[in-house]
Design a protein around this ligand. Sequence first.
Ligand SMILES: [Fe+2]
Ligand SMILES: [Fe+2]
Length: 372
Amino acid sequence: MITYQSVHVDSDSETLTAKLHEFHDAILRDHTHIIRVACALYEEKTDYLKTFIHSTRDGHAITAYQAKLSEVPSLNALAEHQECRVIDNVQLEIKPGTEHSDWLLDQGYVSSFTVPIYHHNRLIGFLFLDSDKSNAFSEQTQRQLLVKCNQIAEVVSCEVATARLLIATASAIRNVAGLRDFETGMHLTRMAEFSKLIAQNMPAKYGLNDEIIEHIYLFAPLHDIGKIGIPDAILLKKGKLTDEERQIMQAHVTKGVTIADQILENFGLLDLKTARIMRNIIACHHEYMDGSGYPKGVKGDEVPVEARIVTVADIFDALTHERPYKKPWSIPDALAELRKMVDLGKLDENCVNALASSMNDARFIVKEYNDS
Ligand SMILES: [Fe+2]
Ligand SMILES: [Fe+2]
């Protein structure tokens, strides 16, 4: 039987987080006082700058944090002018008042160096290097660090560009195929948002860091890509499906995996760790924890956590929104239904708890991305 292995940052040496740790080691050889290197990712579509990867030797990392770039004037200016910034005395120059600056002041970092990074002239994000010494970033140090920063930027850009390429390819296929039922539009946006919300609130033992969460967020909307291979007569049928039609419909999972593998093979990306997140989501988003799902009937830990998260997000969205065969349910009713499915052994209780613990955000997503 094929098993699906979840991507785990601690054990996967090829994740960006692991690569950043290597870069940090190299930086520490010459600059022992640089105790943190982090990269925040910029999403043009939403204007959000989000925590992404970090290597923190001292202090507590800030994670699951995002802010609109346009609302952070200092960074916005750096991005616009393609300039780096040195802060020689963090405690004097940074004003408290935002979650990020309060955190920065708390850590006791004394000086910092910020570098915007680009890919083909488009802003990808920022690198932050922090030191426990004042005036740690002389011009000579900056020049030396910029070489390393460029290497990190190259690796991050390449990975981000790859994920975007996969998504763009999948969307192009979907558009060409005219997949136009309820799976389009806001459902996909909400799926991404609910999946991120759940992932961010999962217990620490799952090891879901910002890097993995970002990829779950990016790839969640591809879960049903295989539906492009299902005839409209079945895909759009209003009434109940016959047994035979249901079987054809369920084949969207294996068709999706075939499409994903073809894309990955064409681009030579079959070995890419983060692409495994995409594949796992597509392959296992209808599997249940008790083995009663399809297509393989894998169960428990064999169902990758990224798929369990997307499954809960998908069901929650289906329940809370109108579908050709049903009216939208209230959020409490939908949550009660998810709990029922946990009791039956189908859904991961941690995923449902994670969603339940962030109901205000869930309500916001339902309201913000409604279908009308
Ligand atoms: Fe599906
Ligand atoms: Fe869906």
